[in-house]
Design a protein around this ligand. Structure first.
Ligand SMILES: Cc1cc2nc3c(=O)[nH]c(=O)nc-3n(C[C@H](O)[C@H](O)[C@H](O)COP(=O)(O)O)c2cc1C
Length: 384
């Protein structure tokens, strides 16, 4: 990773809402990060079961001015939740109530797997960053498919009642136990199961926590993999009588520039729908957290504001190289509406975030959507 931007003092100033900030300082930050994550998700699901989502959704619904056209459809907001937060589609609608324009579930693998041993998630609070080596813990494509089916039935009812329903993406990866030589069949299985329930499908070849996975980014491996997934997904959606799912590939920030270009050329050559950039980095450059604490966090992918500079470089590179009809979804280090807006100005079709959600809390999405809407009004006023 050539340039990692040290976290700016601006990031400190952009503090979370006071209530969540206090909860984070006094309770969540003292808990094991994965336990804290589970507690928050359980809280969101409970609030949903108790009927709170309707009231929350009224407060958080993205403004109509945020409606965005990308990948051949309308998105309620250009901002969504990145993969990894809801790996198994266990809390899609409770999360939807917070105002995300889209939610990318996964990474889902063909077979269920427990992931790496805990602890496997660490916070670097001084950098508002995370290091994770979760290792695709998930319930497998068959189980996740049945959850998505049930979720879709409920989403249809909500849509009919005029409620905000986000676009749902599905991110697939390789089962750890599957040898690399059999990766294509593993992805193909997941694509067949999940494409009919996905508004878009993502081939993840960029997580650092499955041994060998990132080798699949080499063009000689990536070409047959993407072709096979495209065919499997198209066959499955056609059989189900639904629309085809746009197919994107998610890449690492650690790819050399020439490799980013090569992926862009492959996407253009295969006529794929787009690229998601970027996943977490294996670099530890640019952190202000002490070396001892970084060392104690151990191996894994680093995310948060430290990733922003490289994520932007990759976005600009992809946008220059890809045909206009291929979408770029930018992810990595986004904290506030100004960050999202900047990515859009740099040519992103859509933007995602994950780490800042942990530090900023459930109203983070609402603040971003409101900030974006306000920026649109003021830039419109300036133009008028
Ligand atoms: C705990 C954790 C788990 C993640 N799991 C996945 C995953 O399963 N699949 C994936 O494609 N990306 C995963 N990511 C990467 C995010 O989707 C995103 O690309 C990355 O965190 C950079 O965005 P951020 O700086 O806004 O967090 C994960 C990130 C974190 C922090």
């Amino acid at each position: 990773m050539p340039t990692a931007r040290p976290i700016s003092s601006r990031a400190d100033a952009r503090s979370a809402a006071p209530v969540y900030s206090r909860l984070f300082r006094t309770v969540l930050s003292r808990m094991d990060p994965e336990d804290a994550h589970r507690l928050v998700v359980a809280g969101l699901r409970l609030a949903d079961r108790l009927g709170a989502s309707a009231a929350v959704a009224r407060l958080t619904r993205p403004a109509p001015s945020l409606r965005t056209r990308a990948l051949g459809r309308d998105w309620p907001s250009p901002f969504g939740l990145a993969a990894g937060f809801d790996k198994g589609a266990a809390a899609v609608l409770p999360l939807a109530a917070l105002g995300f324009g889209h939610i990318e579930i996964g990474t889902v693998t063909a077979r269920a797997q427990p992931g790496n041993p805990r602890p496997r998630l660490a916070r670097l609070v001084a950098d508002r960053a995370l290091i994770n080596r979760m290792g695709f813990n998930n319930d497998g494509a068959v189980e996740v498919r049945s959850r998505l089916q049930a979720m879709h039935r409920r989403a249809e009812r909500l849509r009919a009642a005029g409620r905000h329903v986000p676009v749902i993406g599905v991110n697939i990866g390789k089962t750890k136990a599957t040898p690399l030589e059999e990766a294509v069949e593993d992805y193909r299985f997941s694509a067949r199961q999940l494409a009919p329930w996905a508004d878009y499908l993502v081939v993840n070849v960029s997580s650092p926590n499955t041994p060998g996975l990132r080798q699949l980014q080499d063009i000689e491996s990536l070409r047959p993999l993407l072709q096979a997934v495209r065919e499997a997904a198209d066959a499955a959606t056609e059989e189900a009588g639904g629309p085809r799912a746009p197919l994107l590939v998610k890449i690492a920030p650690d790819l050399a520039d020439a490799d980013v270009d090569a992926v862009a050329d492959l996407v253009a050559d295969l006529g794929l729908d787009g690229v998601i950039a970027t996943n977490t980095t294996i670099s530890r450059d640019g952190l202000r957290t002490s070396a001892a604490q970084v060392e104690a966090a151990g191996a894994g992918g680093l995310s948060g504001p430290v990733l922003a500079a490289r994520a932007e470089e990759v976005l600009v590179r992809l946008r220059r190289r890809l045909p206009a009809e291929a979408a770029v979804i930018s992810v990595g280090g986004v904290v506030d509406a100004a960050d999202v807006d900047r990515r859009l100005q740099l040519g992103a079709d859509l933007v995602q975030g994950y780490s800042a959600f942990i530090y900023e809390g459930p109203l983070w999405v609402r603040r971003i959507n409101r900030g974006l809407a306000a920026r649109r009004v003021s830039s419109g006023a300036r133009r008028a």
